[in-house]
Design a binder for this molecule. Structure first.
Ligand code: ATP
Ligand code: MG
Length: 276
């Protein structure tokens, strides 16, 4: 997909406004992760993770602090190199980490997804527009004029066209995060990865960011979202994956995992979150 056309890769699902269609969308796996393992020294933080993400699906990844959620996202985005396991994007060769993939394979994997970070991670000395076009221009070698036109369209969508020349410090957290989302979209990924996108925001700013994510989901973007916003997950996610201690404890539709969990660990986690 070109960054000038920042709609999901497979536009055949873009008309879907209702996540209940996702069961059929999900029949085609965009991403299949099998047996993902990662240790930091002697600390094994991912112990054979399996996740399947259907095209057009929203997957909410939940679990206690330290369970490995961020490490999963970083592994999918090539920011972390797992020790073993395979990551397979539909239409591309599977990447098998047991055989130490080369740089080219990792760069190709990185291109498939784009990440939205908890702390926004915008470049502080660059304007909003410069932040958004950085990836398309530097990495994908899109001409500046073309990348700028695409970026302005996306900024307009999230109500920030007038902030194009502002620096991150001049924006609220909610505005910075909307720029973070636009920056991810501008890369033209197949998959959007969100790591607790609203947990550094003041409560009154959370809603606007969740609304943008909800709209992207309705447009048919495929996304994996680490979140503690259970109500949001319940309404927007097609699949909830509960991780604890580096394993997937259970996965399924929100109506099962969030409403009627099968495992004691899931029940305890949900109770703790609801009691906060
Ligand atoms: N670069 C690193 N070096 C060493 N240990 C790390 C590194 N990154 C993560 N870890 C460890 O891996 C484990 C899982 O961390 P991870 O950040 O994936 O958890 P998480 O589920 O995202 O937690 P949180 O909800 O607090 O964000 C933790 O024990 C963490 O200390
Ligand atoms: Mg994390």
């Amino acid at each position: 997909m070109s960054p000038t056309d920042a709609t999901p890769h497979d536009s055949s699902h873009a008309a879907s406004q209702d996540s209940s269609h996702a069961a059929s969308q999900g029949d085609v796996a965009l991403l299949t992760v099998r047996g993902l393992r990662k240790s930091f020294g002697t600390n094994e933080v991912l112990k054979s993770i399996d996740v399947t993400v259907g095209r057009g699906q929203v997957v909410a990844l939940i679990g206690p602090s330290g369970s490995g959620k961020t490490t999963v996202l970083r592994s999918l985005n090539g920011l972390e190199v797992p020790d073993s396991g395979t990551v397979h994007f539909d239409g591309y060769a599977p990447v098998d980490f047991a055989t130490k993939p080369g740089r080219r394979e990792l760069v190709a994997l990185r291109d498939r997804s784009a990440m939205v970070f908890q702390q926004f991670n915008l470049f502080p000395h660059r304007t909003v527009l410069e932040n958004v076009i950085e990836g398309p221009v530097q990495v994908q070698k899109v001409p500046v004029a073309e990348a700028t036109a695409a970026a302005l369209k996306l900024l307009d969508r999230v109500g920030l066209a007038d902030k194009r020349d502002a620096y991150p410090f001049e924006l609220s957290g909610g505005q910075q995060q909307r720029v973070g989302i636009v920056r991810a979209l501008a890369q033209g990924p197949d998959l959007l990865l969100f790591d607790e996108p609203t947990s550094s925001l003041d409560p009154e700013l959370v809603g606007d960011v969740l609304e943008v994510i909800r709209e992207l989901a309705a447009e048919g973007w495929t996304m994996v979202l680490v979140t503690h916003e259970l109500q949001f997950a319940k309404h927007v996610a097609d699949q909830v994956v509960f991780m604890d201690g580096g394993v997937v404890v259970e996965a399924g539709p929100p109506s099962e995992v969030l409403v009627n969990p099968q495992h004691e660990r899931t029940r305890q986690f949900l109770h703790r979150l609801l009691d906060r």
